[in-house]
Design a protein around this ligand. Structure first.
Ligand code: NAG
Ligand code: NAG
Ligand code: NAG
Ligand code: NAG
Ligand code: NAG
Ligand code: NAG
Ligand code: NAG
Ligand code: NAG
Length: 806
């Protein structure tokens, strides 16, 4: 998902004290100041409590756009595009009801919503709080499946009764509640239990969520239920239909209290996908004594443990850069979420993760980032993907709220599995079944390929591309995106070879290597770059093709960031074009596995670099959508890593700032955060391959402690310049020995190697692939990047590079 709205997630910050090994001084710093605007709990917890508001961009519940607060709820998916997810069973407080009558409070979301005090918003580790314009302060913290909300009431209450009321609404952010929403209120304790069925925000089917709310801090005065605008203390049980006019009938429960103490009233809300009983027992075991500070501290400790493997030298670096970096790292850890023990769909002893939202976004850098930061969690996520295949028949491409989400292009879980496989993520993973799952994606067409697998497989196998207006009777899906699907399926087939090689399936290596070349069948050498001024000097782009092998046409600029046609339709609509959320201009670069052929087709490294420059300089690419990520670093494959460094220093901070509007579009479940984190770390992955492309880190030094081996990898910049003028690598050493490659493999992390980069202001040829090596990685890099480069470079001369690279 790319074209979304503002980032709307709130932060849990943390305190990490550590020393920076590369610098003999003992540098300690407080990471609390560097994580901003986020919410949730590490990799994990289902409970991500925050205020819900009525802004257009309320996908994550709250935004700072000054919208009205509709309530406070426990579960959210952060930074997604599209419809808001979750936000179920919101609470809302009143200091009293008008006339001391329960009907004197407003119950319906649309009636009760009120502003908040902008300056009152606070977010820190496991904590979020604000003050409502009614004077009530609300703050919250979370454990894995439980949220704890604290309501503090103004000391002088205009209504005068001093009898606060807290309601619980059988609602969600997107108003998707179906029939049979149910609530029961216990007369004595005020405990509320119940459930409702909802729809996922970007998928098919429905799910049922259960809750259990308990209160502490003031004696219960009375309680009951409400429907529409009317409440009763006589009725304790309610079951509601959705209603007939498209909007769920407002309804829920409430508790009124006698005057609370100065600590206010605490509401503990447990959630479960299994039962209300499990929601109650989750809550009772996770937050037994309503201990707000203790719960918040536990969340702190978890974040400290999760983020502390990565440390940097802060010397000279503006704090905005540190905030950018650590906030990015934080956001990589919000999704997917660990729902183990909460999956009602099948019995299994395997982990269950949800909110793969969506793998099209996550495979490029978000999940690869977790592979270096939190490999144990990636292993559990891979096990969950494989277990989902085992039980539902297919790897998911997108999944949220226990439901199948929509596929955007390829079967990109294949890329995720291959990436983990080549990086030796093995812990508890049944790779035989994993391999079976990716083969099924490649060979068997699902009945409904809008939510899993791939469509058009007959054409894929027989024609070697996905045709426009395919004849596909074996499965159903949206018959668009033929160009971007061809490219993604080609890469999916390539990554299968990565696993095949490891499991000894040599015939499969050959078969899928051959199929990974299918993208070439849509390459049309005589097509020029389209209507944009200056673009016509570039020839050779992918183009759509019919079943009868004749060519169609899509202007290469269509669906780009600078598409002159405001009416282009570019997403999953039935009437959309042949590329998904981006242009042929950009997608033509999406051949992550065969740069040698791609660069040759584009006219050699010189022409390839000029084309990449044109893509970026003319805003054809949009860094707020994931297909842009690799293009920032693809200069490496033409032997020009210094240009990748220049580009990443352009996009950060130009497009990734630290303000509330500091992201280009939404965060896409941490994808943007991981782009920032990898870029600033100075190593960018080409996911599905054991390759990290080297650029100088944005810090004097960076250390990453492997949670697998316990060893610490470091990158040090000699001649580091915090104004980022020295961003060109002059020379490098790896563990003390000269190093000339512009990439490194994953053993850098697991074996705790030391890379020292000497920087300067001008390009001196580092990383231009002059070295030879017999290792298989080097062979792959040569095949996929650079064998002919040296001769070609010699022909084009050095002056062009000098002018480009400072
Ligand atoms: C280490 O940090 C100190 C203090 O921030 C700085 O003055 C010094 O230059 C750094 N030393 C090295 C070797 O980078
Ligand atoms: C750094 O400081 C910590 C705590 O203040 C101390 O335990 C440690 O020994 C110090 N390390 C060095 C190298 O001075
Ligand atoms: C609501 O309950 C009725 C009666 O048990 C059942 O037939 C119906 O399927 C339920 N609807 C939903 C959406 O759960
Ligand atoms: C091929 O198919 C396209 C789309 O149906 C059609 O426009 C074109 O005329 C056909 N070409 C030939 C040679 O049959
Ligand atoms: C690209 O976009 C940026 C920011 O929106 C703008 O400042 C710049 O002028 C644009 N460049 C071109 C060539 O359109
Ligand atoms: C993976 O493990 C194998 C065998 O232990 C080892 O040879 C290889 O170097 C490892 N690769 C990485 C990327 O760590
Ligand atoms: C590659 O860079 C090295 C220095 O690292 C330089 O000696 C060599 O001439 C360069 N070769 C090309 C073809 O640019
Ligand atoms: C690399 O290997 C090729 C062929 O094996 C050889 O001709 C060439 O001289 C080698 N280059 C370097 C820099 O060692």
């Amino acid at each position: 998902m790319g074209f979304g709205s503002q980032f709307s997630v709130f932060a849990l910050a943390l305190l990490v004290q550590h020393s920076v090994a590369q610098n003999s001084t003992n540098s300690t710093y407080d990471v609390l100041q560097y994580v901003d605007q986020l919410i949730g709990s590490a990799n994990g917890g289902m409970a991500k409590a925050v205020a819900d508001c009525d802004a257009q961009s309320n996908q994550g519940g709250f935004t700072t756009e000054g919208a009205l607060i509709t309530g406070f709820s426990s579960m959210h998916d952060s930074g997604t595009g599209g419809n808001p997810s979750l936000g179920n069973f919101a609470l809302f407080p009143y200091a009293s009801c008008v006339g001391d009558d329960v009907d004197g409070c407003k119950y319906e979301k649309i009636q009760r919503k009120i502003p908040y005090v902008a300056s009152s918003v606070k977010a820190s580790p496991g904590y979020f709080g604000l003050q409502l314009s009614s004077g009530i302060s609300v703050d919250m913290t979370t454990a894995q499946h439980t949220s704890l909300f604290r309501f503090k009431f103004p000391s002088t209450d205009a209504a005068g009764s001093g009898s606060p009321l807290i309601l619980l609404d059988l609602t969600d952010l997107s108003d998707t509640r179906q029939d049979n929403g149910t609530i029961s209120v216990d007369e004595t304790t005020g405990r509320m239990t119940g459930n409702a069925r909802f729809q996922p925000s970007f998928g098919i089917g429905t799910f049922v969520l259960y809750f259990c709310a308990d209160f502490s801090g003031a004696p219960v005065r009375d309680n009951g239920i409400y429907v529409n605008s009317r409440a009763s203390t006589d009725v304790k049980d309610l079951t509601l239909a959705r209603s007939i006019n498209g909007y769920p009938l407002p309804g829920g429960g409430f508790v009124r209290f006698k005057t609370p103490g100065s600590n206010g009233i605490l509401a503990r809300v447990g959630v479960s996908f299994i039962s209300s009983d499990q929601a109650c027992s989750n809550a009772e075991s996770e937050i037994p004594s309503f201990d707000f500070d203790g719960t918040q501290k536990a969340a702190n400790d978890l974040w400290r443990e999760k983020i502390s493997p990565i440390t940097v030298s802060t010397t000279g670096v503006p704090s905005s850069m540190l905030t950018n970096f650590y906030s990015g790292i934080y956001r990589t850890m919000i999704n997917p979420q660990d729902y183990t023990g909460e999956n009602p769909l099948w019995e299994s002893s395997e982990p269950y993760f949800d909110s793969f939202y969506c793998i099209w976004d996550l495979f490029r850098s978000q999940m690869p980032f977790l592979t270096i930061l939190d490999p144990a969690t990636i292993a559990r996520q891979i096990r969950s993907l494989i277990d989902t295949y085992r039980n539902l028949g297919w790897l998911p491409d997108c999944r949220m709220s226990l439901c199948k989400g929509y596929t955007q292009g390829g079967s990109n879980a294949d890329n995720v599995l291959a990436d983990a496989y080549v990086k030796n993520i093995t812990d508890g993973i049944d790779w035989d079944t994993g391999y079976e799952a990716v083969l099924k994606d490649a060979e068997v067409e699902p009945y409904f390929w809008s939510v899993e697998g791939r469509g058009g497989l007959d054409s894929w196998k027989n024609l070697g591309y996905i045709p426009v207006e395919d004849f596909d009777y074996k499965g159903t899906g949206t018959m668009t995106r033929s160009v971007s699907r061809t490219l993604e399926y080609s890469y999916n087939d390539f990554v299968i070879t990565q696993i095949a090689a490891g499991v000894g399936a040599q015939a499969d290596v050959e078969k899928y290597t051959s199929r990974s070349e299918n993208w070439q069948n849509l390459y049309k050498a005589d097509v020029t770059g389209g209507s944009l001024a200056g673009a016509s000097v570039f020839t050779g782009f992918l183009q759509p093709r019919y079943l009868n092998k004749t060519w169609g046409f899509q202007d290469p600029i269509t669906c780009s960031n600078v598409d002159p046609n405001p009416n282009s339709i570019c997403s999953l609509q039935r009437t959309a074009g042949e590329t998904f959320e981006s242009s042929i201009w950009e997608y033509s670069f999406f051949v992550p596995h065969d740069h040698a052929t791609l660069i040759t087709k584009f006219g050699g490294p010189d022409a390839f670099v000029k084309r990449l420059d044109f893509l970026h300089d003319n805003n054809i690419t949009y860094i707020g959508n994931e297909p842009a990520f690799l293009t920032v670093f693809q200069y490496h494959y033409a032997g020009r890593p210094a240009l990748s460094a220049k580009r990443s220093h352009f996009y950060i901070p130009a497009y990734f700032g630290i303000g509330h509007d500091g992201l280009p579009g939404n965060d896409d479940s941490g994808a943007m955060g991981s782009f920032v984190a990898f870029s600033m770390l100075g190593l960018f992955p080409n996911p599905g391959q054991d390759v990290y492309l080297i650029t100088p880190p944005f810090f004097e030094s960076v250390s990453i402690k492997s949670q697998v081996s316990g060893k610490t990898a470091t990158i040090t910049n000699v001649n580091f310049d915090p104004s980022y003028k020295n961003i060109f690598i002059q020379s490098a050493t790896l563990n003390g020995a000269p190093y000339t490659k512009n990439w490194i493999d994953h053993s850098f992390f697991t074996e705790g190697k030391e890379l020292v980069l000497t920087l300067g202001r001008t390009y001196q040829g580092f990383g231009n692939f002059t070295g030879n090596s017999t290792s298989s990685n080097e062979k792959r890099a040569q095949r996929f990047s650079a064998v002919p480069i040296n001769e070609l470079n010699a022909k084009t001369g050095a002056s062009y590079w000098a002018s480009q690279e400072g």
